[in-house]
Design a protein around this ligand. Sequence first.
Ligand SMILES: Cc1cc2nc3c(=O)[nH]c(=O)nc-3n(C[C@H](O)[C@H](O)[C@H](O)COP(=O)(O)OP(=O)(O)OC[C@H]3O[C@@H](n4cnc5c(N)ncnc54)[C@H](O)[C@@H]3O)c2cc1C
Length: 389
Amino acid sequence: MNAAARHVDVIVAGLGSMGSAAAHQLAARGLSVLGLERFWPAHDQGSGHGETRIVRQSYFEGPAYVPLLRRAYEGWRQLEADSGRDLLTLCGGIYVGDPDSKIFAGAKRSAEAYGLAHEVLDAAAIRERFPAMDPADHALGLFEENAGYVRPEESILANLDLAVRHGAELRYDEPVRSWRSTPGGGVEVTTDAGTYGADRLVVATGAWAPGMLADLGLDLRVERQVVCWFTPDFSTVPYEAWRDLPVYIEETDHNRDIYGFPMVDGPAGGLKLAFFNTFQRTDPDAVDRQTTEAETEATRARARGLFPHLTGPLVKAMTCLYTTSPDHDFVVGALPEHPEVVVASVCSGHGFKFVPVMGEILADLTIDGRTAHDIALFDPTRPSLRLPA
Ligand SMILES: Cc1cc2nc3c(=O)[nH]c(=O)nc-3n(C[C@H](O)[C@H](O)[C@H](O)COP(=O)(O)OP(=O)(O)OC[C@H]3O[C@@H](n4cnc5c(N)ncnc54)[C@H](O)[C@@H]3O)c2cc1C
């Protein structure tokens, strides 16, 4: 193929969580789309794998996210309808911590600001309703029925299929090596197969985005996370109690918050949980993808504070990458010095639930240069993103 001769309306670099949604939405709106991906469809080398992702609306990270979450829920149902795949399960969610903790108090603030249905449960009520859980006596839980999980690999495949159905060309095993703005106001993107021209570029390269945007002086970190699946002791707490758990987040001292899921894949599948953040800075090209027993047992030891009967064997463990900004808000928008380039990455470990609305926002920004959604929080030019001089 003579890549140099190719010119499309938009190139999407990275076909993971956000890029697959962008490619789908852009193609659906009639643009010619070329998607370029480093690995294979729905791979396990970035941030969008591991069977489940929490979705929730009483957002402790801040009420400003709530309107986007409402739109994202509509988008999940639309994506299910369009793709014929089962993606979103609402099994409820509980956010546990001290009354003034960021997770409990933050979730309550968002629920109250937007009138989201919720219940506040004390420790005794949590134990009664969810017999696998044994929170500290002084803890409170905000229970939200309208929370649950999505299936990340299926979601990415759904968006990739729909992108192709709408005419996008998607190329795998073809990483973008470099890009540059061209004098005519477009971009040129180079891979090992050649150079492609486009009017617009969407950068959705996740943990590789900081490398691709290194010239911009943004303070972005890539972090290695460890996720574990444990077998509970079913003789003390029966399987049904683990299966019927909500999704959960628990805050305790020293930034050792954990989150996890009910047993979604049968008694042999294990209970999936992890530290919210392991704070291990890494490089996506050099990350150690093996997990150690020390790491998985540290996760179990912490998790047993909430689930005392999590005593059976480890089923499996894996690593995953976060790309974080200093304020933990996302980075989404056109680059100030390259208005033809829209970036949508750096989802600070909580981006997956937004995938459908992010696809919409990226298509808006690429086509119209603006969006009706309020994304002021994600401004790539905000001062908190600047590397210290
Ligand atoms: C352990 C873990 C748990 C999480 N839990 C939740 C949760 O419960 N709820 C939630 O909402 N969010 C959660 N997240 C966060 C969420 O998964 C991420 O915010 C989201 O997946 C980021 O999407 P992305 O498109 O930026 O990255 P990715 O999905 O990784 O996509 C980036 C893509 O770009 C490709 N790429 C990279 N470089 C190039 C290149 N040069 N050329 C072409 N392609 C390239 C990569 O191969 C990859 O496919 C979690 C993340 C992790 C790691």
